[in-house]
Design a protein around this ligand. Sequence first.
Ligand code: PMP
Ligand code: GLN
Length: 414
Amino acid sequence: SAQRLDYLDKSGTVFAEMTALANKHKAVNLGQGFPTLPVPQFIRNAAVEAVSNECMTHQYTRSEGHPRLVQALSKFYADKIGCTLNPMTQIVTTVGATEAIYTTMQALLSPGDEVILMQPFYDSYPAAIRLSGGVPVVVDLAPPADRPALTSGDWKLDMDTLRAAVTPKTKALFINNPHNPVGKVWTREEMMQVAAIAEEFDLIVIADEVYETLVFTDSPEKMIKFASLPGMFKRTITLGSIGKMFGVTGWKIGWCLGPEDLIRSVWMIHQFNVFSVVTPLQEAAAISLEHAMESNFFVETSKTYQQHRDRLIKVLSQAGLTPTLPHGGYFVMADTTSLEGVLPSASDANESRRDFRACRFMTTEMGVTAIPPSAFYERKEGAGGLVPGKHARFAFCKSLDLINAAGERFDVYS
Ligand code: PMP
Ligand code: GLN
């Protein structure tokens, strides 16, 4: 096989591994981030409507994006970005945000170009960078060193470290807001500092904002789109996902939006690896978005998720797995130090990464599955790093019954 496969792990992504392990052991799966909440009727109706005509939505649509969807997106984003988006030239729809990440890297990077990632990072960023000939350079988004993080806002990026990571080869940086797995909602001040560095060194910014509609009422900062910051639109590619917006991760509809020149480059690659994204679900996504813009859907949905977050926080606290309150997204980072006495040793488990041992142990012995966050860090042999080593990531985009069931499993174990 090709040399580029050397960059990838033969066993597949951490999500596939942990979901398979959860299924095998009939564990309560709070690992992989897919909602188990009922999909609202208007979204299911939109999908039915989109396949019910005799002809057109069953054929290829426009390669850059289905017209009705790009129009709905440009309307949705106009206020949030603070400028009118040309739906025909400034948006490309993709097979989920995952394709958007990969295609963007293919479009931007020449061999040896560096891209700065804040770790923990979403696992497909470094893979897409390496597969495109680029080099990931990581800086830490770190919790306080001297006390537990109370909220996701306590996880901070040191701006001098970010600046020092820039070299003449740096092409781009990723910023994920709200952040997976930490749940951080970046403040305007933090983003302005990142923006100043992007401006000074002429970097492209990939703003992964797939969780933009899930910011909670106790977040000190509202959702601010990176592209809306002064001067940033021209250097920012914003990513989004219908899967996250409407709780339908299986639809796999996403997009890139930004200035015409960058979006055109992304589309040039997209036309040869995908050509056009599934037509009926783009139509359904457009109908759903049109409906959501006319209603309170996003406010109501984030209220529901906030209740689920609070329930999970309680369950984890009671189980002695100290959680960090997230301000956005649908994940909680929890400190699993209290499991220390029961975890198998590195040699017994044949696994040096403590968080992998903890998450496998929780699945097989306690019946609850979480994701080991070292999958979101640069791989280092040995302890797996102090920060990821002691944490586990739990998802709360799950029914209250499932979250409660996790609580019962923890109770039974203790
Ligand atoms: N970015 C982040 C931060 C994500 O969490 C995810 C999905 N978990 C994606 C991108 C990929 O989105 P999609 O499912 O639309 O491909
Ligand atoms: N983004 C989801 C998560 O973080 C998983 C997506 C996937 O399985 N590729 O859990």
